[in-house]
Ligand binder design. Structure first.
Ligand code: FAD
Length: 570
């Protein structure tokens, strides 16, 4: 564990302030970008119980912080998804006479003061929020809690993001696991040991009294609108319409997507032709997708995974609700003793639950080793790996530089652009990157293939890819994204060993055996069938206007092996 991680500091400040309870005229729940829901929301539920007990109104606030979005590489699509969800939440809360007040805070540095000023203006006795585990957010919240305490306002921050909260799954020496398999075993044991608690849905907020709407202090909050866009993050209208259809906002949409994954074979019935992601070959059997998840989850040409990640990342659905939904129908707390979550490897359900546990694992890593999100490799020995092109600014300012020729700088920049736009001459990589650019989403196996290609074939710093994914992904999440990139770059916790370098051609035949995925996203190759699709001969590529490979995989592999075996040598 990194020394004195910011999560420990925050938890200590929250603990210190526990006794702080001033009487006030409201209770505030501070909703953030990762908990955009009303159901099964711990902080919201606790805030509501407090308000009801004290017979004062509950107010929900959301602070839009464009500088944060810029600093954290958020793209316009993700901001738009946030706003679309907020608009629906405002409507639902309105039926309970609970105002949602959205405030734009131009300066991220003064956000803690702005939050406290708002809480004081609302004369709140306490502010509640779910913990965000990113370093900047933890530091910000620590400031908020300290300021709240100094003013006698309660600040209650609780774990909500994970199925099993960070810090609970530990080794016998009370350390964080850095290897997934033992982590997952203990994770499952802890979960099943406390199944009644896990099954308990956090209660939905109680309605405020209708008279709140007429109270001078609160009436204006009901009238305030959720903005349609945030300056600097405007969307192209056609893309906006497409994203609305492919990733509809709201808890109902998220639940529908979950149920479709658990019970039916395809998501395309909902989205049809609009969603090229779901257009894969239809399975004529009656099996649900989750039942064949173990066997088929690596197929990018089929509709095999849940595609819930944008909803989980934005907290539109809770991870707990996803795992609960895998339990037999009619499971309730009375039968809880007889119920266990299936996290074994051999079933579709078991394998899917394990994937959700990966999400928890990476949050746990972020909380215990915050340096991983600050540009550092988890395995420090790989900080010296020689990447192509100039070092990223501030990422490794303390690492020795090396002379880099103008030609190398230009070549690296050109390769990065070709990778981003999907013009590397490797069809599976190009299809993956074009899918990411078009849909804001990419199948997990494809994420691995394109990330491995960038870091091993092109020897480009993984932080370049991490940043680009964050900008483009609808499900961009620092913990999972950093974990995924460091896995592929062999620098992370429990990583892919550096000598296991994916061959993009053989990966292509496994992930896309029908070729449907490549043909869908690389129209130049839409007429190609058979093995040529995965590795087009030069004459075929030239004829179809498809690029020749920008690197030779065999040569690139040797270079990567050399540089990883002996970090520091070129
Ligand atoms: P399913 O297969 O249906 O899995 C269910 C849920 O489990 C997912 O929605 C997700 O929340 C979680 N999950 C599944 N696999 C993983 C995994 N390997 N790591 C962590 N959680 C997982 N996931 C993100 O949510 N946000 C990211 O920014 C992100 N970046 C990634 C970057 C790279 C380089 C790699 C290799 C993986 C990344 N992942 C990320 C993990 C994974 O690719 C996606 O979660 C998954 O593809 C989402 O599709 P799905 O919802 O259909 O997943």
């Amino acid at each position: 564990v990194d020394s004195d991680p910011p999560l420990s500091k925050l938890l200590k400040v929250v603990e210190d302030g526990k006794a702080t309870r001033k009487s006030g005229q409201s209770v505030v729940y501070w909703m953030r970008m990762g908990d955009l829901r009303i159901s099964d929301n711990r902080a919201l539920s606790l805030a509501s119980a407090h308000a009801k007990k004290s017979n004062i109104p509950l107010v929900v606030v959301f602070m839009l912080s464009p500088q944060d979005y810029l600093a954290h590489d958020r793209g316009a699509r993700r901001i738009d998804f946030t706003l679309r969800n907020l608009a629906l939440i405002k409507e639902s809360l309105g039926t309970l006479h609970i105002p949602l007040h959205v405030v734009t805070q131009p300066n991220r540095r003064t956000l803690p003061q702005a939050v406290i000023a708002l809480v004081e203006e609302l004369d709140a006795s306490a502010i509640y929020a779910n913990i965000e585990y990113e370093v900047d957010e933890l530091r910000r919240d620590t400031q908020v809690c300290k300021a709240a305490k100094s003013k006698g306002i309660g600040a209650i921050l609780v774990h909500d993001k994970c199925v099993v909260e960070p810090g609970v799954v530990e080794t016998k020496q009370n350390r964080a696991y850095s290897v997934y398999t033992p982590y997952q075993k203990v994770w499952l044991t802890k979960l099943n040991a406390d199944i009644p608690h896990f099954l308990e849905n956090c209660s939905k907020p109680h309605p405020n009294s209708e008279s709140v709407r007429k109270t001078a202090k609160f009436a204006k909050l009901f009238d305030s609108e959720v903005p349609e866009s945030v300056s600097g993050f405007e969307m192209d209208p056609a893309d906006h319409t497409k994203m609305e259809q492919v990733w509809p906002a709201g808890e109902t949409a998220a639940n529908d997507i979950l149920l479709r994954f658990l019970r039916t074979k395809s998501r395309s019935s909902q989205l049809g032709a609009v969603d090229p992601l779901a257009a894969g070959a239809e399975d004529s059997s009656k099996r649900s997708r989750i039942s064949v998840y173990d066997a088929e989850r690596d197929r990018a040409d089929k509709d095999t995974t849940s595609r819930l990640s944008p909803y989980l990342a934005a907290g539109v659905i809770s991870a707990r609700a996803c795992v609960r939904a895998t339990l037999p129908p009619n499971t309730n707390t009375n039968k809880a003793a007889a119920t266990t979550v299936d996290g074994g490897k051999t079933t579709g359900v078991g394998r899917w639950v394990q994937e959700v546990a990966w999400r928890d694992f990476y949050v746990n890593i972020l909380a215990a080793f915050p340096r991983v999100s600050m540009g550092r490799p988890y395995l420090e020995k790989y900080a010296l790996v020689v990447w192509e092109g100039p070092a990223l600014e501030d990422a490794y300012a303390d690492e020795p530089g090396r002379p880099i020729s103008e030609a190398e700088i230009a070549r690296a920049a050109s390769n990065i652009e070709k990778w981003k736009s999907g013009h590397t001459g490797y069809p599976i990589v190009d299809a993956g990157m074009r899918c990411l650019n078009e849909m804001g989403y990419l199948h997990n196996r494809l994420r691995m293939i394109v990330a491995m290609f960038l870091t091993k074939d092109l020897m480009i710093d993984w932080r370049v890819g991490e940043k680009y994914f964050m900008e483009k992904l609808m499900d961009g999440d620092l913990a999972s994204n950093n974990g995924g990139w460091q896995w592929c770059a062999s620098t992370g916790v429990d990583p892919c060993p550096y000598f296991r370098i994916f061959n993009p051609h053989s990966q292509s035949t496994k992930a896309d055996p029908t070729g449907d995925f490549i043909r869908r996203h690389v129209p130049e190759l839409s007429s190609v069938r058979g093995p040529d699709l995965h590795n087009p001969p030069a004459l075929v590529a030239d004829k179809l206007g498809y690029p020749r490979p920008i690197v030779k995989h065999d040569e690139a592999r040797v270079r990567a092996l050399r540089r990883f075996k002996d970090p520091g040598t070129a």
